[in-house]
Design a protein around this ligand. Sequence first.
Ligand SMILES: [Zn+2]
Length: 41
Amino acid sequence: MGTIVCQACEATIGYFEDEKVTTLYGKCDCCEHDNEGEERE
Ligand SMILES: [Zn+2]
């Protein structure tokens, strides 16, 4: 089973099926917003 982990806050974003244990890094919703600009402080 694979796990998707946020590379910024290390929160577990989700899981996906895989033959072996795999970890992918991505961005959770919260951290993704940080990357889109600074509309909010
Ligand atoms: Zn995050």
